[in-house]
Design a protein around this ligand. Structure first.
Ligand code: FE
Ligand code: FE
Ligand code: FE
Length: 182
């Protein structure tokens, strides 16, 4: 694909995101299944539904531009999904696995936030108002998901990971550290 204009670049980015989102539709159910914390599980399931809507938005935009969203593979998402798969294959304590899944999911969201932010800005510059609006909607969903993941990490999930650690031995390092801090 030749990139002669900003619109060519936008189309290339939309194709890349279309591939990324379709890879996530396959990966998110596996992450939901691997998660133990009920809020994290529900969060992955909810984002799966949002992701399907995001795919539909890319289809609408590409339709309006007279191009197909197909034909590109997002290599970055392939790598991020692969790292998530490696994590899920580890023999991890449930709370520890949840903490790792949150990190894996946030890497995905940050990639999407960067990509959709750029695409939205290019659409604005090109005067493609409807495309820019749809891309902003998806960008807002990705940002909200990232924030929800941060909240989960700060509340329940990392605590559960610590509890797994305490359950491991009589004198776990975290308990020793807390004692020393007193
Ligand atoms: Fe997405
Ligand atoms: Fe990509
Ligand atoms: Fe997302």
């Amino acid at each position: 694909m030749k990139l002669k204009s900003l619109q060519d670049l936008l189309v290339a980015q939309l194709k890349d995101l279309y591939s990324a989102e379709n890879q996530l539709v396959k990966a998110l159910p596996k992450m939901a299944k691997a998660a133990s914390n009920p809020d994290l599980k529900a969060g992955f399931a909810e984002h799966l539904e949002q992701t399907k809507g995001q795919i539909a938005r890319i289809e609408i935009i590409c339709d309006q531009l007279g191009v197909t969203p197909k034909g590109k593979k997002c290599a970055a998402m392939e790598g991020l999904v692969e790292e998530g798969k490696e994590l899920m294959e580890e023999d991890a304590e449930p709370g520890v696995l949840d903490a790792g899944l949150i990190a894996a999911a946030q890497k995905v969201e940050h990639y999407e936030i960067a990509s959709y932010g750029s695409a939205r800005t290019w659409a604005e510059r090109l005067g493609l108002d409807e495309a820019a609006r749809l891309l902003q909607e998806t960008l807002d969903e990705e940002k909200a998901t990232d924030e929800k993941l941060t909240e989960l990490a700060l509340s329940a999930v990392n605590e559960e990971a610590e509890e797994d650690e305490r359950a491991e031995g009589d004198d776990p390092p975290s308990a020793a550290k807390k004692k020393a801090a007193r």
